[in-house]
Design a protein around this ligand. Structure first.
Ligand SMILES: *[C@@H]1O[C@H](CO)[C@@H](O)[C@H](O)[C@H]1NC(C)=O
Ligand SMILES: *[C@@H]1O[C@H](CO)[C@@H](O)[C@H](O)[C@H]1NC(C)=O
Ligand SMILES: *[C@@H]1O[C@H](CO)[C@@H](O)[C@H](O)[C@H]1NC(C)=O
Length: 413
């Protein structure tokens, strides 16, 4: 943990902390948010559309996308804004991809006036929300079951090779139009890695990358650093192919183990891991804690931890010469060379000065890789006060970030 995109880790840690330290307050605040948001956002067991979209008066469709490696993903489509659309006009599709250890619901936790999917819908976009393999709505496979180790035999390389291509093929197939993409955290790393290999770009119109993750060497959190070392060390070796479920008891034990390390201060975990989020709404945080974090694979966490350790954006390292040779024909896993991202691909990057996971120095390293990008195709926004979670749940993200995303997309149309 403490790995990139660890919005989920932050939440999980915060959750453990709150429950451990203030059990009564925690429970009453959760009850409070239930009555505050009666029927608004809750557990999406009947689908994300029912729990979080149609209740606000929007149309929403549940879709299923099967990847070439057999995972069956849950995808939601919000085809138009609240007041409908102009008849006969083709809307611009936009695919929204969340980060690691959370799911598509995180985008919908803020009020309808403040959250990105509904804002895009109201701006005439045809909105598609994905849910990564392993999270609660995407735990099906054509032949495997989550109880089998083989179900968890993937890292973010497979999100690049199989998951994003399946999502793009599907949305492109349904709409017949090139796609705008929004990623947060891990959803930026997988996109950048794909683009660097020339994948997706034929079906892509432009990409907005929030809290971009590529290099992770400067990740500020000590806790994250210890966690990353644990995943590339004993955790990876002990558990191999398995589910990483931060909510399960083993997750809590892992946190205790991390906090016992010298120099790790667990008294304010949310800040220690994600950075000092400036602008979160406590009702939204309550909803977040009720619904997240979500599982991922141990192998994915190990891969992210390798990125922290090695300072390069490369494929999964099997840690054994023979396995690396077998998979890659080379002793060392090949890198994703981000300088190879097509220079005319319209991209918008937004990063925060307080983000402990997407550190300013690491984003600068990424921008250095993009220095040959066509100047008029790359927009960069720096938000001094923002940390990792503000990009999804900030009460002012609508004005500070989302309005810029909408403007950027519309400029490319
Ligand atoms: C916080 O969230 C609640 C519930 O969605 C909402 O009613 C309230 O207006 C939000 N507060 C701010 C400052 O956005
Ligand atoms: C995991 O996937 C790799 C292919 O990437 C395959 O070679 C290996 O046999 C798989 N292991 C299990 C246990 O499914
Ligand atoms: C990445 O690609 C660029 C341009 O194609 C090349 O100059 C550079 O040497 C490559 N970097 C690595 C580490 O291979």
């Amino acid at each position: 943990m403490g790995v990139p995109g660890l919005l989920g880790l932050a939440a999980w840690s915060f959750y453990v902390l709150v429950l451990a330290v203030q059990p009564h307050q925690a429970h009453s605040s959760i009850r409070g948010s239930f009555s505050l948001n009666k029927g608004a956002v809750a557990s999406p067991e009947n689908g994300l559309c029912a729990s979080s979209v149609t209740v606000h008066g929007y149309k929403c469709e549940e879709h299923e996308v099967t990847t070439k490696d057999g995972y069956i993903l849950s995808v939601q489509r919000i085809p138009e804004g609240r007041v409908g659309g102009t008849a006969g006009t083709k809307k611009q599709p936009v695919l929204i991809q969340h980060g690691v250890t959370v799911d598509g619901l995180t985008w919908l936790l803020n009020s309808p006036e403040q959250n990105l999917p509904l804002i895009l819908a109201n701006n005439e976009f045809d909105v598609w929300i994905s849910n990564t393999r392993g999270t609660r709505l995407s735990r099906r496979h054509v032949s495997l079951d989550p109880s089998q180790p083989a179900f968890w035999n993937w890292s973010w390389d497979e999100l690049v090779s199989f998951e994003l291509p399946a999502l793009f093929d599907y949305v492109y197939g349904q709409t017949g139009q090139k796609i705008d993409y929004v990623g947060h955290s891990l959803g930026t790393l997988t996109a950048l890695a794909s683009f660097s290999e020339g994948k997706l770009v034929n079906q892509l119109k432009s990409a907005a990358l929030l809290s971009p993750i590529a290099y992770l060497s400067h990740m500020k959190t000590v806790l994250g650093d210890v966690a990353a070392r644990s995943f590339v060390g004993e955790i990876g070796r002990l558990f191999g192919l398995a589910e990483f479920n931060p909510k399960a008891e083993a997750g809590g034990d892992f946190l205790k183990f991390l906090c016992d390390n010298p120099g790790v201060d667990c008294s304010d975990l949310l800040t220690a891991i994600a950075g000092k989020n400036c602008c979160l709404n406590s009702s939204t945080v309550d909803l977040f804690l009720m619904n997240e974090p979500q599982p991922t694979s141990i192998m994915n966490m190990v891969h992210l931890s390798q990125t922290v350790r090695d300072g390069v954006v490369a494929k999964y390292n099997y840690g054994r010469l023979d396995y690396n040779l077998m998979h890659y024909g080379e002793a060392v896993p090949p890198i994703y060379n981000l300088s190879n991202i097509p220079h005319d691909l319209p991209m918008f990057l937004s990063y925060g000065g307080q983000d402990a996971l997407s550190d300013v120095l690491d984003v600068e390293h990424l921008l250095d890789d993009l220095k040959s990008h066509d100047v008029d195709k790359l927009s960069v926004q720096f938000i001094k006060d923002y940390a990792h979670a503000d990009f999804i749940m900030g009460v002012n993200a609508k004005d500070v970030v989302y309005s810029k995303v909408v403007q950027f997309f519309k400029r490319q149309h």
